[in-house]
Design a protein around this ligand. Structure first.
Ligand code: ATP
Length: 436
């Protein structure tokens, strides 16, 4: 283990062994999340090898009530005493899957232009499960909050409708459970587990692409639940029409209810997310540092949060308060890689190719409608995906004024909100530009 490991665990205090879990207290939420993300699996592995059975380390902060051990994505309640009131589908063991993250609630979710529609759709599901938004299909780029929203639905239903059988599960865990059940010849139990739910939240359905038995089994699960008026929530990194190797019958069913996309957050939303994280983790960060982080990381909230942690860690290790200079230094590599990843030239070439134009036309004077739209979309993507300033972007588009770029950004943003075709086009172009 690295010296960092010792430093982070210096203030840790074992509290109790609770079945297969060792409860360990750490000083604050920031340390808890950092240690959990960095060393969680290593700690579990060490504990398991010491005890000779599968065990896990549960990190808690002073006064925090440790969550009930979870399997299959829902807290398991003892048969008689329900903690959250959510029960697994039956008393059978559910598949080993990720548990609900206690942090993924509606309260901790920052609503902005890019995710407002998806957020409202999720609230709609909570207030009327099995209602008009069935199935609800959430889609959007990596790290934009799909899992967070789905788990927020599960948490909220657990709180408000404790008798409902709610299950959040990733498509990978569903597939593993299926394979396992086939091998153990326990398909009736498997089917009962999923088909008796009130609400099934299935994350990352694009994972089912090309997996025939997963699709077959899910098709029947879907039909049973849907016909019984049970709620299904699905998520994917793309809309159903773009998931490759997906059976037509599933593709069409996925689009029966409501499709809600999540767009990358704008600057204000990124800043609000950072402020909220600081508040939750008890971090003190000056405003110029937060603004800098929000400016550097533009299109993936997981990376945005990682950048914040990086600055906090750098300041902690240096023993100095987090200043703008420290943040610039700590994020130098990240800023460079973001900067390198997408250039104005590349955006111009991808967008012009998409519209059947040349980059010279994008930079030219013509105001023909199609051309103007392509130009505005290119400017919007330059603003979103590069660090370039408005005047610099204007400069690169035939010497236009910064206010022209600002107008383009606002216009494309509002078009994307009103017109799903534009939102889809942006997503498609973003994916082309940011895919490694
Ligand atoms: N609007 C938001 N407000 C606060 N935190 C957010 C928001 N959106 C995302 N996050 C945070 O960003 C991180 C990534 O979110 P999440 O895992 O839900 O993304 P995802 O879209 O499911 O990603 P993937 O495509 O990798 O599955 C999480 O820590 C989540 O809490």
């Amino acid at each position: 283990m690295s010296p960092g490991f010792d430093a982070w665990l210096k203030g840790a205090r074992p509290l109790a062994m609770d079945g297969p879990r060792l409860l360990v207290e750490v000083p604050d939420p920031f340390t808890r999340d950092w240690v959990r993300s960095r060393y969680g699996s290593a700690l579990d592995a060490i504990l398991s090898s010491l005890t000779g059975r599968p065990c896990s380390v549960q990190l808690v902060t002073p006064g925090e009530v440790p969550p009930a051990p979870s399997v299959g994505g829902v807290p398991i309640d003892p048969p008689s005493a329900s903690r959250d009131g959510v029960r697994p589908a039956d008393e059978e063991a559910l598949p080993a899957a990720i548990g609900l993250n206690p942090r993924y609630t509606f309260d901790s979710f920052v609503v902005g232009n890019g995710n407002r529609f998806a957020y409202s759709a999720c609230l709609g599901v909570v207030s009327n499960p099995g209602g008009p938004y069935n199935p609800l299909f959430l889609y959007g780029g990596v790290g934009l909050g799909k899992t967070h929203l789905m788990q927020a639905v599960a948490h909220e239903l657990a709180r408000t409708r404790p008798r409902m059988k709610v299950l959040y599960v990733t498509t990978e865990a569903f597939t593993n459970d299926l394979v396992d059940s086939l091998q153990r010849r326990s398909m009736p139990e498997f089917r009962n587990r999923y088909r008796s739910l009130d609400v099934l939240l299935l994350d990352d359905v694009h994972f089912a692409a090309g997996k025939e038995s997963t699709q077959e089994e899910f098709f029947h699960t879907f039909n049973t639940l849907y016909e019984a008026g049970r709620q299904i929530v699905l998520s994917s990194d793309r809309p159903p029409s773009e998931i490759p190797k997906l059976e037509e019958r599933l593709r069409s069913r996925f689009a029966w209810g409501l499709l809600a996309d999540i767009q990358p957050p704008d600057f204000e939303t990124r800043l609000a997310i950072l402020r909220k994280r600081c508040e939750a983790d008890g971090l003190e960060m000056p405003d110029d540092v937060l603004r800098y982080v929000a400016e550097v990381i533009r299109s993936n909230i997981r990376v945005l949060e990682g950048a914040l942690r990086k600055v906090a860690t750098a300041s902690r290790l240096a023993g100095t308060p987090p200043t703008l200079d420290l943040a610039i230094e700590a994020l130098r590599d990240l800023a460079e890689s973001q900067h390198r990843a997408v250039t104005i030239d590349r955006i111009q070439s991808v967008v012009s190719e998409h519209f059947g134009l040349t980059p010279a036309q994008l930079k030219g004077k013509s105001r023909a409608r199609e051309l103007a739209l392509a130009r505005q979309i290119a400017m919007f993507l330059c603003r979103e995906l590069t660090q370039a300033s408005l005047p610099h972007i204007g400069e690169q588009f035939g010497g236009r004024d910064h206010s022209t770029v600002l107008h383009a950004v606002d216009k494309v943003q509002s078009l994307a909100r009103r017109d799903p075709a534009i939102a889809d086009l942006l997503r498609h172009l973003r994916q082309r530009l940011t895919r490694p």
